[in-house]
Design a binder for this molecule. Structure first.
Ligand SMILES: Cc1cc2nc3c(=O)[nH]c(=O)nc-3n(C[C@H](O)[C@H](O)[C@H](O)COP(=O)(O)OP(=O)(O)OC[C@H]3O[C@@H](n4cnc5c(N)ncnc54)[C@H](O)[C@@H]3O)c2cc1C
Length: 406
């Protein structure tokens, strides 16, 4: 790939932004077109449920790179522009404006959108979702001290928004249809830990409770009918019930998709000239032992880089050890690897304290680790996992033995 050739990136988010700068870092001298339907240069989303939502960081602070650095990349950047179709035969993308742009390689970084509830009143003013800067601005304005926020969904985004709203002086109720918090991603011990963390901070958490409908309240605000028959009055509601991958462009173009665009470890879709990266990409993850999508900051960056290199013909094998973090109150919780129910579990430290590590072992090897406020220990845990070190469980649990020695 070189001068005279065009690489088009659809989606100017984190993965798209990394793909664009990687093409230049790798010396690609051809045309790079970055098309995004948001008005912003590529930015990172984690602060949207934390500092940006709390009004403690300006929107611009989340930018992936400084405007000058972005401009230096000499990219044909198309902000506020949606791609409406891919024509694989003509090798071009069609824009909603009616224009078309030809490509030699196409990288899809379209991310996902917040799943919406299909219930009466789901579209009422005051019912919010959170995916982008515009969402954070309107939700942030609705975080009113002394009022009640209802959070529907006890997953990561719901819990982070609950913590931010609580810190803003709101009353907060979290309802979760499952029997425990973050059920899909953490074991019961950590769900219990999160439950205690939030109830200790004054959040009302209702587990095993769904939502039936929203209605405008005569006093202003919303009345929420819960699955348990209770009616709850709130000034606003945040719906955090998961993500729908934006794979429609790929599906309509006939690429293999099922809950995301199917790619291989070289980020190539079923059409080798079309690649995908970030929240929209689904591939066979070595650490999970199955096909998966990773909705994480780390994966958006690393897969964006990998897709760009792969588009240039560099051999890549995108199999990073999954890493995810969440900040709630004064807790930084990190997860390395993919904990699974079949793994043996070893606790290092006291689960009742604010700092401990839970290790997950398979055939005597550490395959995953997670914990709150344990960044140092988790750095060593990461090495144990990546090196496939066999460790005696009692040594892992022994606080007198520094992990560095293992
Ligand atoms: C509120 C929030 C908090 C988070 N917190 C954490 C965290 O603490 N830790 C962590 O590891 N991860 C976190 N994440 C996850 C992480 O931010 C995402 O995994 C990451 O942003 C995914 O990057 P992406 O580039 O794949 O998608 P995105 O960043 O969503 O970018 C996709 C872009 O493509 C655009 N687009 C879609 N379709 C089209 C089209 N047809 N034409 C043009 N443009 C299009 C979208 O509008 C969007 O701008 C958080 C996410 C959110 C939303």
């Amino acid at each position: 790939m070189g001068e005279g050739q065009t690489i088009v990136i659809v989606g100017a988010g984190q993965a798209g932004g990394w793909a664009a700068q990687t093409l230049r870092n790798e010396g690609f001298a051809g045309r790079v077109v970055l098309i995004g339907d948001e008005p912003h240069r590529p930015y990172e989303r984690p602060p949207l449920s934390k500092a940006v939502l709390a009004g403690q960081a300006p929107a611009g602070s989340t930018a992936l790179m400084k405007p000058e650095a972005f401009d230096k990349l000499d990219i044909d950047w198309r902000p506020g522009t949606a791609v409406s179709a891919i024509d694989r035969t003509a090798r071009l993308v069609r824009l909603q404006t009616g224009d078309a742009i030809g490509y030699d390689k196409l990288i899809l970084c379209t991310g996902g959108r917040a799943r919406r509830l299909d219930i009466p009143g789901a579209d009422l003013p005051g019912v919010f979702t959170l995916r982008n800067l515009a969402d954070a601005a309107v939700l942030g304005a609705a975080l009113l001290p002394g009022k009640r926020l209802l959070v529907v969904g006890g997953g990561w985004i719901g819990l982070e928004v609950a913590a931010t709203a609580r810190k803003q002086g709101m009353e907060v109720t979290v309802i979760e249809a499952a029997a425990r918090l973050c059920e899909r991603t953490v074991p019961p011990e950590i769900s219990d830990y999160l439950l205690k963390l939030h109830t200790d901070h004054g959040v009302q958490v209702l587990l095993g409770t769904g939502i039936e409908s929203f209605a405008s309240s005569p006093q202003g605000g919303l009345g929420a009918m819960l699955g348990n028959g209770q009616r709850l009055e709130c000034s606003a509601a945040l719906v955090g019930v998961g993500l729908v991958p934006n794979d429609e462009l790929a599906r309509t173009a006939g690429l293999q998709c099922d809950g995301g665009v199917w790619v291989d470890a070289q980020c190539r879709s079923s059409d080798p000239d079309i690649l995908a990266a970030g929240d929209v990409a689904s591939w066979h993850g070595q650490w999970a032992g199955r096909r998966m999508r990773l909705e994480s900051w780390q994966n958006a960056q690393e897969q964006g880089i990998a897709a760009a290199r792969s588009a240039l013909g560099v051999a890549v094998n995108h199999q990073p050890l999954p890493w995810f973090w969440s900040d709630q109150y004064d807790i930084n919780l990190q997860i390395f690897g993919m904990p699974a129910p079949g793994h043996a579990r070893v606790l290092r430290g006291d689960a009742a304290s604010g700092s401990f590590v839970l290790f997950f072992l398979q055939e005597g090897k550490v395959v995953a680790a997670l914990g709150p406020n344990s960044a140092r220990d988790l750095r060593f845990a990461r090495r144990l996992i990546e090196r496939g070190t066999s460790v005696e469980p009692q040594k892992l649990a022994d606080l007198q033995i520094p992990l560095a020695r293992l």
